[in-house]
Design a protein around this ligand. Structure first.
Ligand SMILES: C[S@@+](CC[C@H](N)C(=O)[O-])C[C@H]1O[C@@H](n2cnc3c(N)ncnc32)[C@H](O)[C@@H]1O
Length: 284
């Protein structure tokens, strides 16, 4: 039996541990450096009017948490990965943002966070990776004040843009996931979103879903440099690279990823790669 399948037979805790291991393996901050502009634009579009208490869940090193705080919100960034929490707190201190703090937490169980705490619960490509999506939906709704908003950014399965295709290429080289694993990409499917928030008590009419675009941008680094970072620092791609190395296919995977990034790049000198995502807004 494949080791991952063995882990699965140990029960739901196995998928939780895999989730943690996947993100602790890499250093998402290296990728996040390409996402700052889009993070700021997304936050700008939220119409933040202080005073406002916001949570950024699966916040990484603060791509959206810092702009939220700059607009005057009191922000709690929550992430599963300790190194992201440390990096976020360092960035907040360097920027002099005293109303922004980062702490460790799991989207499936926001231990220690009271009910009805936040006006805005934001999660940009964060909570979608939690292994128990119904629990994540319930927790985001629970900690949001009545009348407040949950806003999620989720990648879309089968979309012909960069991240979906990157994950598709990577998964072709990765061993099958353990039994009971729910693909994070299901958070990009409307029927699943409605079902998950429905079970958390949210009516269909209070959920809006629109397609939007994120950009991975760097003025000097090439798409090949960008793929190099994915291979060295992005957990899901690192897993694919390890499996491809064992199968003697690492070069093939690398070539496919570079070709993909080049095909989607819109910049002559550096990197500017658009990727579609589903923007979900839930009024609690
Ligand atoms: C793709 S990164 C996105 C980070 C950030 N939101 C951004 O846009 O730059 C995913 C983040 O979700 C975090 N994460 C994964 N599973 C999580 C969970 N169950 N609970 C909280 N955070 C989680 C990871 O540690 C990682 O920092």
């Amino acid at each position: 039996m494949h080791p991952k399948a063995m882990a699965a037979s140990a029960g739901p805790a196995a998928t939780v541990n895999l989730n943690r291991a996947l993100w602790q393996k890499g250093d998402f901050a290296e990728i996040a450096a390409f996402m700052r502009q889009s993070g700021e634009a997304l936050v700008e579009s939220l119409g933040i009017v202080p005073p406002l208490r916001a949570m950024d869940l699966g916040c990484g090193d603060g791509t959206t948490a810092l702009p939220l705080a700059r607009l005057g919100a009191d922000v709690t960034g929550i992430d599963l990965t300790p190194s992201m929490v440390e990096a976020g707190n360092r960035r907040a201190a360097a920027a002099g943002l005293t109303r922004l703090k980062f702490c460790e937490g799991d989207a499936c169980d926001l231990l220690g966070v009271e009910d009805n705490t936040f006006d805005l619960s934001l999660s940009v490509f964060g909570a979608m990776f939690a292994p128990r999506p119904f629990d994540a939906a319930r927790e985001m709704v629970r900690v949001t004040k009545p009348g407040g908003r949950v806003v999620m950014g989720n990648w879309i399965p089968g979309d012909p843009t960069f991240v979906s295709e990157l994950l598709k290429v990577s998964s072709a080289f990765t061993p099958p996931p353990p039994e009971g694993f729910v693909s994070p990409m299901t958070w990009g499917v409307e029927s699943h979103i409605i079902e998950r928030f429905g079970r958390a008590g949210v009516a269909r009419e209070r959920i809006s879903m629109v397609k939007d675009t994120y950009y991975f941008a760097h003025p000097e680094k090439t798409p090949a440099d960008f793929i190099d970072l994915f291979e060295r620092f992005y957990g899901p791609t690192m897993v694919a690279v390890e499996a491809a190395q064992k199968a003697g296919k690492a070069q093939l995977l690398h070539e496919q990823l570079v070709e993909l990034a080049n095909a989607h790049n819109k910049s002559q000198a550096g990197t500017f790669i658009p990727a579609a995502f589903l923007r979900v807004t839930v009024t609690v």
